[in-house]
Structure formats: structure tokens, C-alpha cells
Design a protein around this ligand. Sequence first.
Ligand code: FES
Ligand code: FES
Length: 156
Amino acid sequence: MPKPTQLNVNGKSVTITVDDPDMPLLYALRDNLGLHGPRFGCGLGQCGACTVHVEGKAVRSCQIPLSSIAAKQKVVTLEGLAQGNKLHNVQRAFIVEQAVQCGYCINGMIMEAAAFLAKNKKPSEADIKQALANNLCRCGTHARIVRAVKRAAAVA
Ligand code: FES
Ligand code: FES
């Protein structure tokens, strides 16, 4: 039976109606709320394309049951990362470094990197590589992605 569920997404309280409260958070974000920042890649927690923040932590939204998210827990998608018209440092750095080919992995990379840099102000290149090791890029854009994250760290 359809059930109303309350969420806090990108700073707004929203109510959605779902048939299955245990469906992945990713589906609620994309299908119910029309937020396409988080992407469906593998659906198995292995690629990182669906990465969002929950209470500031980077999580794989394809693996999080909607029912496990409390109404007051802050969920942030790529759409909520900028402050108004001001892009997040990581977004700006990805643009400056042109760290994109097809772009499929990039939203997840940015969300993972933003959560990482919020806790690690002065990371080494090795730290950055380790933080992004489980975010896959089939285009092989890794070198530019790492440069972008280094750039973002330098201006943070
Ligand atoms: S789609 Fe979630 S980790 Fe790949
Ligand atoms: S830029 Fe194409 S998958 Fe990463």
C-alpha cells in the first residue's frame, strides 16, 4: 500500500509516497524527486555513481533502504552542493581541470571528494587516490580527477 515518507533533501523537507519503503534511496531521489545528480551505475554498491551525502558522510544511495533514513537526517545530492550560485570548490576545480570525459562517474566523484575534503583539509595525493579508489571511471579520467581534487584542497 502506498505510504508517505518524509525526507530532508538539499535543505528542504519533502514528503513522497512510495509503494516499497525499503526501496533504495537512489530511486526515491531520482524517480520521486527528479534529482538526477545521483546516477544508477551498477546498483550493487561497487561503482560510486550514486554517491550522495547523508549527515555529511558519502554513501552509496543504491544500497541504502529508504526506510533507514530518518526524516531529519540531512541528505544532500549534487544538486544541493552549491551555495546558491556559488559552486562548491570541488565543482569549480573539476571544471577548471576539465576532469570529465563522458561524465557518468563525475557526480559521484564530486560527492565523494567533497565529503572527503570536509574531513581532510590537507590531503596528500596518496590520500586522495585512496579516498576515490572505490569510485570507478571507465573513461580513465583518473589523473585529471585527482588533479581536480588537489586543486580543490588547495583553495579550501
Ligand atoms: S550505482 Fe550505487 S555504487 Fe554503483
Ligand atoms: S568520465 Fe566517463 S566514466 Fe568517468
